[in-house]
Design a protein around this ligand. Structure first.
Ligand code: UDP
Length: 402
């Protein structure tokens, strides 16, 4: 596990040799990633594989978690929403709590590393509380195309202290930022429990364990219960599909430690879907389990991702890699992955009828599904596997230490 040579069969010797070559320029470089949760969401998902692989190829890389109380995470979730365009009241009490949590954390940790990578806004102000003796990189995973202006101005006061900013999409570039901005696309680990190919026995055991009925075609959205993932909209789409064809919807969303809104959204969806939940036509799951995600992405006839904002959308990548048709919103990082009609389908986020029609089409036409998923797997192999992400980070470090 976590050996780079294990990926040869998937991406080829050339890719692995090029990673070894780049890493040879970085032996012993001491690097630390900081984010705010070990579990839940795409950032933790990537760091789980990226950090051990960086160590495997010869760097000395660690991962630290910023500790915060529920008030802190309520504020940083507001910041997350604000960066994605929602209005926010930036009070001095919120600012004080945000800064204080970072200030306290700085008293419990020290950084004598060659480079520090800060993920997302939660630990962003840490840079204020250390003597800066090395390059700091801010890696933002959020859709920054329409940030709330006052919030962005506030966060920019930290951003300008960083040496580089990494974003996931050219559309998130800030033309007024004096700091170099680099685009790195996220990626998935094809060998993880969540993404590795499953045997029929594993599938059968897991279906039994989690009590997943398979008597009807399953449509699934895997996502935190978050308003930007629009689970309520997914229910609307499902109702339209269900009028034409008997099927079942599964909404699977574990609760991320740094997302306090999850339970509220879950309750709203539960109320909205009550009738269908009673008939077992809609199933809501909140279990955190990688094998469960793998099974659902594998056995579903369609994966839907009906987000209204999406920094990148690893759930789209995961399903494409497994050869399951994906119908997703034409926003954020999703069109970087899906070419409409070629390796999946894109719909405008508010086009409920469009989503429903496409789902119906796929359910009725397995040949169409097959054509699309073959291309989806190959485009994922080429662009969105962890080996490419590792390679991009090595380029970033080489450039940073030049
Ligand atoms: N995820 C999971 N269990 C769930 C819901 C999501 O393991 O119940 C994972 C999902 O498989 C993906 C990540 O969380 O790896 C979500 O990443 P994405 O980029 O799609 O969205 P984010 O949550 O970062 O906004």
């Amino acid at each position: 596990m976590y050996r780079i040579e294990n990926y040869i069969d998937i991406v080829g010797k050339g890719v692995i040799a090029s990673i070894y070559k780049k890493a040879s320029k970085l032996y012993g470089k001491h690097i630390v990633h900081v984010n705010s949760t070990y579990q839940g969401g795409g950032v933790a998902e990537m760091l789980n594989t990226l950090v051990p692989l960086m160590n495997d190829v010869g760097l000395d890389v660690g991962w630290r978690i910023l500790h915060g109380n529920p008030d802190f995470f309520t504020i940083t979730k507001e910041f997350h929403n604000g960066l994605q365009g929602q209005s926010i009241k930036l009070t001095s009490a919120k600012i004080e709590q945000y800064l204080n949590t970072n200030r306290i954390f700085s008293k419990f940790t020290h950084f004598n590393h060659d480079c520090i990578i800060i993920h997302d806004p939660q630990p962003m102000p840490l840079i204020n509380y250390f003597k800066k003796r090395q390059p700091w990189v801010w890696r933002c995973h959020i859709d920054l195309s329409h940030p709330n202006e006052s919030l962005w101005n506030f966060l920019s006061s930290f951003a300008i202290k960083y040496n580089k900013i990494i974003i996931s999409n050219i559309n998130y570039k800030k033309s007024d930022s004096p700091i170099p901005q680099k685009i790195i696309f996220p990626a998935i680990d094809p060998l993880s429990l969540k993404n590795h190919p499953l045997t029929q026995k594993e599938i059968d055991t897991c279906i039994k364990k989690f009590n997943i009925p398979t008597d009807k075609p399953i449509i699934t959205q895997i996502s935190r219960f978050d308003k930007w993932k629009d689970p309520q909209g997914v229910v609307e789409v499902f109702k339209r599909v269900k009028e034409k064809i008997d099927c079942r919807l599964i909404l699977c969303g574990s609760m991320a430690a740094d997302d306090p809104e999850g339970i509220l959204i879950y309750e709203q969806v539960k109320r909205k879907a009550a009738e269908h939940i009673k008939k077992n036509d809609i199933i809501l799951l909140t279990i955190e389990n990688n094998m469960l995600v793998n099974i659902l992405q594998t056995i579903s006839k369609v994966i839907i991702q009906k987000s209204t904002r999406e920094g990148f959308g690893l759930t789209v990548t995961e399903a494409m890699w497994k050869g399951t048709p994906v119908i997703a919103s034409n926003i954020g990082g999703i069109p970087l992955q899906i070419i409409d009609g070629e390796n999946g389908f894109l719909c405008e986020p508010k086009d409920y009828d469009g989503f429903a029609e496409k789902i119906f089409e796929i359910l009725k036409n397995p040949f169409l599904a097959k054509q699309i998923t073959k291309k989806a797997k190959e485009s994922t192999r080429k662009n969105f596997l962890i080996t490419r992400l590792l390679s991009d980070y090595l380029d970033l470090f080489i450039d940073t230490f030049k």
